[in-house]
Every structure is written in structure tokens, then in C-alpha cells.
Design a protein around this ligand. Structure first.
Ligand SMILES: [Zn+2]
Length: 419
């Protein structure tokens, strides 16, 4: 951790938790793989995708052609658009209830299935087990998102086995997009290993049983990945559209806003108002824990993406990070209410997960943050530079996370909307 270096093009360093390498010119693997977006022949790659999915078309019309995991945000609209409108497949949408739902997310999800006329399957794991797991993973791993990530990545696979639908279609691969873990040309597919190592921080459902004596079989079985025999019997595979389509979330969301009524909302911890509008905590508590543990937050991911797409400079990206990174978190009172903890108790647990490499306790309850850019020795990369004012990127905000009817609580179960 002592020896870290920054990429000369974006704002990531070799301390990135997904792993990242710099080449001889000081450019990171994520930026290098991003260059493929302007080099590859995307019409040729689209034809490859068409050939890949063709055998999965159910000609008899007696089953779905594929499964698409969706939420009320992220890239769900664009993925469904590509699969249903462009590839002409008949998908079954599946969604895992994360419980931290915003009214806007419920609205976006309802609008998604209506506008694209798709069947959808919801999974609601009972809230008592979800809260027990959340309490445990928050204490031990500093994660309130473990059950969500576990559920979102396993429910589509379980559904593939149960419904005998072998093909699962995901959007972009996070490891490829952020750190260039793979080339687009590797055409990497979904694996149990990546899910465990990165999404689940090294712990599958069964591992939780041996760590926490508070959890029992009945709490975790819904998060268990199907065994190899079941997967092989159906031939389950999960592909990533980002390997076949030039992935640009900002442009894609804007197309979905204009053509399919996707709704967006502002956040106080990032400039990107398109993603994560379905969740009260992703850009709040979850983002704060990321800053505590890894010394950077989601706004750095968003800035790096925009730098790579050439819409802002590196200096403007850094200014955006400085503007948003320490912003207050919102909606933590809703989380306390949901989990049954008080604010002091929650802050005590959060503080246990501050990485001492970035955080120094100056006195009881007061912390100082020292991020990597402040102590970077790479040719004074960041030190003493004039940081320009944050630029206003043209993001379209067209709604609010909450509506007038909400009762200041999560929409724990919601299926429709009336507006
Ligand atoms: Zn880079």
C-alpha cells in the first residue's frame, strides 16, 4: 500500500481495490482497455453478438429466450432496449428486491416493464433474514450491500436453472470498464469466481454461516449459487453486452430518457444523476463506507469514466471529486429506522471500518482524511496544482427520488406507480 502510483490520464491509482497496472508510459490498464472503444469495429462485434444469441431463440414460443437482471436504475433500460428492440429476443426480466427502494426506482421499474412489454419476476427475501445478514456484514465487512449484491447476482442464475433458460444477458463488466481486467475481445462471461472475489468480497453465502453464529441455514439459502451439475445440465451462461456494444452510460441513459421515459434525480455526492436513482443508500451510506475503506468514493469512478470518454479533463475530474467527496450523506436516518439502530450506534460501527491509511483520529469522534492525491510523490502530480472550478456537465435531471406521497421510509415492496 505504501508504494502506489497514479495513472497519468485518469484519477485511479495502483491502490484500486479491483487491481490495476500502469504501463511504461504511466497509463493504467483501465485507460488502455478504454482505447479499444475507439479502435474496435463495433458493427462487426454486433454481428458476433447476433450469431451468439441466435441458437437461444425459442422458435416454438413456449419459453423465454433469455433472462435479463434489472433494477429501477443502472443500465437496465438500455440493456432491455438492446435485447428486446435490437436483437428481437423475448426476455424474462428478473429483479431482486433490495429494500432500500426509492419511489423513483419503483416508478422506473414499473415503466420499464410496461414500455418494453416484458414479463418480470420479483424476488423478495423475507426482511428478517435480510436485516440479520445486513447487520452482520455491516459489522464484520463494513458492507450494507452484501445481501443486495449477492441477491442481484444469484437470483438470475437460480431462475435460469429453475425455468430452464440458459442465456443470461448482463450490461457492462465492471472489472473491464474500471480497471481493464479483460479486453473486450476476451468476451469474458459471468463466473461464480468473479462474483465471490469481487461482488461478495470473498464470502459466499455458506461462508457467512461459519463467520456469524447469528445466522442460520434458513437465513442464507436463498443466496446460494446453484451447483455445477445444475448449471451444466441447463448450459447456463451469462454474457456481457459491453463486449459487443460501445458502452457509454451517459449517452445511453440520455437516449432512454428521450425515448422511453427514464427518470433521473440529483445526488449530493456525485454529478452523475442517471445511475442508482432506485436506492436511498448506494450514493449515501454505501458510498461513505467506500470512502472509509478505500479512500475514494463513487464520484471518482464517475470522473474517471468521463475523463476517458473525453468529456472532461483530468483537472476538471479532480475538481469534481474534491467538490463531492466529502459531502454529507443523506437518508441515513431511514437506514437506522429500517435496521433498528440509533445514529450513534451506527456511527460507531462505521468508524470501525475507517482505513487507518486514509483516516486519522485527531480526537474522540473527529477524523481527518488524507487521500492519496495529498501525499502523492509522482512528480508532484497533484500537489500545488491549480485545480479549476468544477465544470457543469450536461446531465438532465427530470425527477426527485421521493414523491409527494411518500412517508419518508423505504418502499419495501412496490410494483406500480400512478403518475
Ligand atoms: Zn487511467
Amino acid at each position: 500500500m505504501i508504494n502506489f502510483h497514479f495513472c497519468k490520464r485518469c484519477l485511479y491509482s495502483t491502490a484500486h481495490p479491483l487491481g490495476l497496472v500502469l504501463d511504461a508510459e504511466g497509463i493504467c490498464s483501465g485507460c488502455r482497455i478504454h482505447e479499444e472503444k475507439d479502435r474496435l469495429d463495433w458493427s462487426e462485434r454486433w454481428e458476433k453478438l447476433e450469431a451468439l444469441v441466435n441458437p437461444y431463440r425459442n422458435k416454438a414460443g413456449s419459453n423465454y429466450d433469455c433472462i435479463i437482471p434489472v433494477t429501477g436504475a443502472q443500465d437496465s433500460y438500455y440493456i432491455v432496449y438492446l435485447v428486446k428492440e435490437r436483437l428481437g429476443l423475448n426476455p424474462l426480466l428478473v429483479t431482486y428486491n433490495k429494500y432500500f427502494n426509492t419511489p423513483l426506482g419503483i416508478r422506473n421499474l414499473a415503466n420499464l416493464r410496461i414500455r418494453f412489454n416484458c414479463d418480470i419476476l420479483y424476488q423478495n427475501v423475507n426482511p428478517i433474514s435480510v436485516k440479520k445478514i445486513t447487520r452482520s456484514t455491516l459489522r464484520q465487512f463494513g458492507s450494507i450491500y452484501w445481501p443486495i449484491l449477492a441477491g442481484q447476482t444469484v437470483f438470475p442464475v437460480q431462475t435460469a436453472v429453475r425455468y430452464k433458460i440458459p442465456l443470461i444477458i448482463w450490461g457492462a463488466h465492471q472489472g473491464l470498464e474500471q480497471v481493464g481486467m479483460f479486453s473486450h475481445e476476451h468476451e469474458v462471461e459471468m463466473t461464480r469466481r468473479y462474483r465471490k472475489d469481487h461482488d461478495l468480497m470473498g464470502y459466499e453465502a455458506d461462508d457467512l454461516l461459519s463467520i456469524f453464529d447469528t445466522l442460520k441455514e434458513e437465513d442464507i439459502w436463498q443466496y446460494r449459487y446453484p451447483d455445477d451439475q445444475s448449471l451444466n445440465a441447463i448450459g447456463v451462461r451469462g454474457i456481457y453486452l459491453g463486449n459487443y456494444v460501445r458502452w457509454d452510460p451517459k449517452a445511453q441513459h440520455e437516449k432512454m430518457i428521450a425515448e422511453y421515459g427514464y427518470k433521473t434525480s440529483s445526488f449530493n455526492r456525485t454529478f452523475d444523476c442517471y445511475d442508482y436513482v432506485d436506492c436511498f443508500n448506494y450514493m449515501g451510506l454505501h458510498d461513505l463506507l467506500k470512502l472509509y475503506k478505500h479512500g475514494y468514493s463513487k464520484v471518482t469512478d464517475h470522473a474517471c469514466r468521463e475523463i476517458r470518454h473525453g468529456r472532461i479533463t483530468r483537472e476538471q475530474g479532480l475538481a469534481l471529486v474534491k467538490k463531492y467527496e466529502q459531502a454529507e450523506i443523506e437518508y441515513s436516518d431511514l437506514f437506522c429506522q429500517w435496521l433498528g439502530v440509533d445514529r450513534k450506534g451506527l456511527q460507531f460501527i462505521l468508524d470501525q471500518h475507517r482505513n487507518p491509511f486514509y483516516w486519522f483520529q485527531v480526537r474522540l469522534g473527529a477524523w481527518e482524511f488524507c487521500d492519496l492525491t495529498m501525499r502523492c510523490s509522482d512528480n508532484n502530480f497533484f500537489c500545488g496544482q491549480n485545480i479549476s472550478d468544477p465544470v457543469l456537465l450536461s446531465y438532465e435531471i427530470n425527477a426527485a427520488l421521493k414523491n409527494n406521497f411518500d412517508k419518508s421510509a423505504y418502499v419495501v415492496v412496490g410494483k406500480g406507480y400512478s403518475c
